[in-house]
Design a protein around this ligand. Structure first.
Ligand code: UD1
Length: 359
């Protein structure tokens, strides 16, 4: 029996871990999983509700690290993960995506010679000012198995000279989730005004008042122009910044609300004509649900969505955002074919078990 430690800490990781935990549960004669939660996200709406709703096993360990500067937050995680790995033997460590929790998990494990398995490997924005880019590049370089969600991610890894045997095209676990959960969501009710789903949480948008102001001004403009509402679930970081701004553009059409659960998010995507976001996960959820997306960033890791015309990069430029919304309004995107077959989680768990068997 192989025993692996899954390391999570931030909202998008709980969602990805759900798909894998369910696959591990189905293969429980071969592999056992313990979950370590770093505590990077700690509000009920950012953390616990995902464990309840997606039936993820309760973490065996919670480091309760909380918020802090990058160095301080990552250091506390490293210390706690290292202590856990020294206390108990694990055959491998599973990490997801590109957060500080991902990097801390990978670094603590590799230094103790525990193999690292990276889900969502090979993603690149080629923008080293993003903490996420630094985290994902470093994590890839210490991982034994690199689970690439798309062919672009595979090519990125090849370009960087990774050992071909460590690269696995798995497809995207987020497609597994959308295929599993989306058909069960209630969408529009009769007589409702059309709506847009918008989210903003990246530090380069929230921590520059000018950019946040431009985005909000554009959202107000698009809502007026298309006579629609904007559903705006607000990340805690964004809420704090908005509270300290006294000139944030406002409109009755912008419906600010607490962060949504995963199922509420899928329902909101399906209710919406368009999605506008700086989140990588939501860009994909929109695409998988057949909605176009205005990307509130200068670049994206998910280039295939832009290449097929289902998303436009508008950065935090008010004019570009309005223009992109006009262009994509009524647009029906192509079918997602680049993200695997919706069975990525099973493929990932099988690859991990055979790696551990033959290593
Ligand atoms: C983190 C990830 C980002 C991911 C995002 C998803 C890094 C570097 N960034 O960004 O890649 O897309 O999670 O949400 O790891 N806060 C709360 N309650 C919480 C969580 C956060 O109030 O439960 C507030 C705190 O003030 C904190 C701020 O949000 O300082 C930022 O949280 P942090 O986890 O550092 O980064 P995120 O912006 O959430």
């Amino acid at each position: 029996m192989h025993k692996i430690l899954t390391i999570v800490g931030a909202r998008p990781q709980f969602i990805k871990a759900a798909a894998i935990s369910h696959a591990i549960r189905d293969m429980r004669d071969e592999v056992k999983e313990d979950i370590l939660h770093t505590g990077q996200h700690y509000d009920d709406a950012m953390s616990a509700q995902f464990f309840r709703e997606l039936d993820i096993p309760q973490p065996r360990y919670n480091l309760g690290v909380g918020s802090g500067s990058h160095g301080a937050q990552t250091a506390l995680m490293l210390k706690g993960i290292e202590e856990t790995l020294q206390k108990e033997h694990y055959d491998g460590v599973l990490v997801y995506g590109d957060t500080n929790s991902t990097l801390a998990g990978a670094l603590a494990a590799v230094k103790l010679h525990v193999p690292v398995f990276h889900v969502e490997a090979g993603l690149r924005s080629y923008n080293r000012e993003m903490p996420e880019e630094v985290n994902r590049v470093l994590t890839d370089h210490v991982s034994s198995l690199l689970f690439a969600p798309t062919d672009t991610a595979v090519q990125n890894l090849r370009k960087e000279g990774f050992d071909e045997r460590s690269i696995v095209f798995s497809g995207d676990v987020m497609l597994d989730n959308v295929r599993h959960y989306a058909p069960h969501q209630n969408t529009t009710e009769k007589g409702e005004r059309p709506c847009i789903l918008a989210t903003v949480h990246r530090d380069f948008n929230t921590d520059h008042p000018e950019r946040l102001r431009n985005i909000l001004a554009a959202l107000c403009n698009v809502a007026e122009k298309h006579n629609c509402d904007v559903l705006f679930p607000v990340h805690p970081r964004t809420r704090k910044r908005l509270e300290s701004m006294d000139d944030a553009p406002v409109s009755g059409r912008i419906k600010m609300m607490a962060p949504l659960s995963y199922l509420e998010t899928l329902a909101a995507v399906q209710r919406s004509v368009l999605v506008m976001t700086d989140s990588g996960g939501l860009q994909k959820e929109a695409f998988f649900c057949g909605r176009c997306c205005v990307v509130l960033r200068p670049e994206t890791e998910w280039t295939e969505i832009v290449d097929c015309g289902a998303a436009l990069l508008a950065d935090a430029d008010a004019e570009k955002i309005v223009d992109a919304a006009d262009k994509l309004w009524d647009n029906i995107p192509c079918q997602p074919t680049q993200f695997g077959d919706g069975r990525a989680a099973v493929k990932i768990v099988k690859n991990i078990t055979s790696f551990l068997l033959y290593k």
